[in-house]
Design a protein around this ligand. Sequence first.
Ligand code: AP5
Length: 214
Amino acid sequence: MNIVLLGAPGVGKGTYAGLLSKRYNIPHISTGDLLRNAVKKQSVTGKKAKSYMDKGLLVPDLLVLELLEKRIKEKDAKNGFLLDGFPRSIKQAETLGKKIKIDKVLSFEASGSVIMQRLGGRRTCRSCSAIFHVKNIPPKKEGICDKCGGGLYQRDDEKPEAIKVRLETYKKETAPLIDYYAKKGMLLKVDANPPIGQVGKILKNCVETLDKLR
Ligand code: AP5
């Protein structure tokens, strides 16, 4: 099954995709992670993408598509995937729809203050991209990833100015996708306001819906 996760920056898409990936044994494919890996490797794509990402702007479609098309052809994605961060515009959704059948779109929604609190305290593992939060999901040892022992860092696009642009870009470019997929009858709205201790509550409807697709 091919699932798209929609939602504002910081709403928790990566966190929920990680949990759903384990349950359904399909990979969590995040275009943000693919781009950050390309930046880390200093590949041609990564070098071109970095300045857009640091400012909180969308990276040009061709660069993102190049990474995504390669990733979804990998063996672990043959039974489907959870796509986090793509599509991010109507144009990207149309391109995706021509290439792949999407079975369901999960739209995670939370209030502005919840999102700002989550974004402000996030820490990401440099090695395996696992996601933590200094207050909500602290690692057992400060600065160290529980999963692989890698170092945790704060992303370059977590500076206040970049966060502001990311939220504006989301509102302008990505939020229209909620209506786009609702009209196609593909959308499931999910209340992502509950705290992480109640993640079962957030994922209950998702799991009920996705179980039927198996
Ligand atoms: P990307 O990496 O996709 O960033 P994003 O969409 O801004 O989303 P985030 O990763 O910031 O948030 P998230 O919703 O995954 O939240 P998380 O689970 O981490 O993209 C980065 C950049 O890449 C873009 O700005 C753009 O430049 C470029 N890009 C990517 N895709 C592109 C595309 N298709 N086209 C063009 N450009 C593209 O959770 C946030 C925090 O909250 C964490 O600390 C977590 O621990 C905590 N948390 C999660 N859930 C809860 C909860 N229920 N309670 C308490 N805390 C919680």
